[in-house]
Design a binder for this molecule. Structure first.
Ligand code: CTP
Length: 425
């Protein structure tokens, strides 16, 4: 047998590194837009599907004909294009995207996104998407270092946007300095390094709880907490990209549902427990990210409590403990690989280790919510993953990136656990 022939076949049958990734490319109005047809071609070579959203200013530098020809998809440039809206409206486009790439990201585009404008297709897609966003800035060097631009860049960083470039060098206007858009190869390399999620959960069934629960006091009031659901939703997206069949059981949140994931919406801790336990034996991995209310009112009033009639200056609520969903899962004789989450305000690692043991978990992800930059409402997080014989720390980064790191670490831990024979079933 000709061995060199075998190895060539293996190389050519390997899937491209970004296979199946759906990218919305937002093209701003800068001279660097002339590089976008090449960028689109390079992304397609890596296996991406690309839909271009061309801003009005962008269309002064590159044509819709060129971009539709290279992308193989209709270029979108109008928020008010009825035909396009019928086929795939801006909200569907926002949902369709696995990644929103802004290239070139001009000073004006960054300013509009930083202040939340929604007056053209690209800005509405930006506001409506839950996909990660990467910007490749391009502008004159003086414009890039201007305080106003840097203020917008800081704001967008805080909002979770990642930046690739700009590069330092000769500029079209004759200046030399920072502001050149990164070359298409560097942008593609950045996306590969950041978002090429290996299919480490291929074929696995994954159940994730997310968000807060609401425990009703009366028809208009409830006991709850600050959880936004962002980290659990990011984990659901990352598990889906890693090849898992994902079900997300979520308490009330106001963020976009992830594409490709089954969503079960619940209100109370008891609803969440029922949704989890009804089918738990069919899952391989369970991530308990939800901030389940620990206590609920012993009884719920059927009618609104009237302050003036029923409470003379104070209201005493009788609360009882809710069931610990996580404990209910780990106590099963045959159970999935179980990962808990704990938001702490102090002694984070010690409390995490204690919960790992007390709740019989395979791993626990802990974070310090006393730091407002990584708290419940924030788009960033910094966590430590603890498991019985070790730990991994993930530095401050977007909740999407954290989710991706957690998914690949859990996939390896689960694999080494089953190799060493510590299976639970
Ligand atoms: N959890 C759960 N059911 C509950 C409470 C918590 O499944 N009724 C899960 C959470 O989803 C999380 C983990 O348990 O994965 C830790 O939650 P946390 O509130 O930190 O734990 P508690 O046991 O409530 O500990 P404490 O309030 O003392 O910090």
């Amino acid at each position: 047998m000709n061995t060199s022939h075998v190895s060539t076949r293996a190389e050519t049958t390997e899937a491209p590194s970004l296979a199946g990734m759906r990218i919305v490319l937002g093209v701003g109005g800068g001279i660097a837009a002339y590089k976008t047809p090449d960028l689109v071609r390079k992304l397609i070579t890596k296996g991406c599907e690309v839909t271009v959203v061309l801003t009005e200013a962008g269309s002064k530098f590159v044509t819709t004909h060129t971009l539709s020809a290279v992308s193989g998809n209709q270029v979108r440039n109008e928020l008010w294009d009825e035909q396009a809206e019928r086929a795939m409206g801006h909200i569907e486009l926002a949902r369709w995207a696995d990644l929103l790439l802004l290239a070139p990201a001009t000073a004006d585009l960054l300013a509009r996104l930083a202040s939340g404008h929604a007056n053209d297709l690209l800005s509405t897609v930006y506001l409506a998407t839950t996909a990660p966003v990467v910007a490749a800035p391009a502008m004159n060097q003086a414009m890039w270092v201007h305080k106003a631009t840097q203020r917008n860049v800081d704001q967008l960083h805080r909002d979770g946007i990642e930046f690739v470039g700009p590069e330092v060098g000769d500029q079209a206007c004759g200046d030399v300095g920072p502001g050149r858009m990164s070359e298409p190869e560097s942008i593609v390399e950045f996306i590969e390094a950041s978002y090429n999620q290996p299919k480490c959960m291929d074929g696995l069934k994954v159940l994730i709880t997310a968000g807060p629960t609401r425990e009703p006091i009366d028809p208009v009031r409830f006991v709850s907490n600050y959880s936004s659901g962002r980290q659990g939703f990011a984990l659901a997206r990352a598990a889906h990209r890693a090849g898992a069949d994902v079900t997300l059981v979520s308490g009330p949140v106001s963020i976009q549902r992830p594409e490709g994931v089954s969503l079960i919406e619940v209100q109370t801790a008891s609803d969440m427990k029922n949704a989890v336990m009804s089918d738990i034996s069919n899952y391989d991995v369970f991530f308990s990210v939800a901030a389940v209310a620990d206590y609920r009112p012993v009884s719920t009033k059927g009618k609104k409590i009237k302050r003036h009639l029923e409470c003379s200056g104070k209201l005493v609520l009788d609360l009882e403990e809710t069931d610990d969903i996580l404990r209910s899962v780990t106590q099963l004789s045959s159970r999935p690989f179980v990962v808990g989450f704990a938001a702490e305000t102090h002694n984070t690692i010690e409390f995490g280790r204690e919960k790992l043991q007390r709740k019989g978990l395979d791993a626990i992800v802990v974070n310090d919510v006393s730091d407002p930059t990584i708290g419940f409402e924030s788009t960033e997080n910094e966590v430590t993953l603890l498991y019985p014989h070790g730990k991994c720390a993930f530095q401050k980064q977007s909740k999407d990136k954290i989710a991706q790191s957690i998914i690949s670490t859990i996939a390896s831990l689960r694999k080494s656990q089953s190799i060493s024979g510590i299976a639970h079933s």
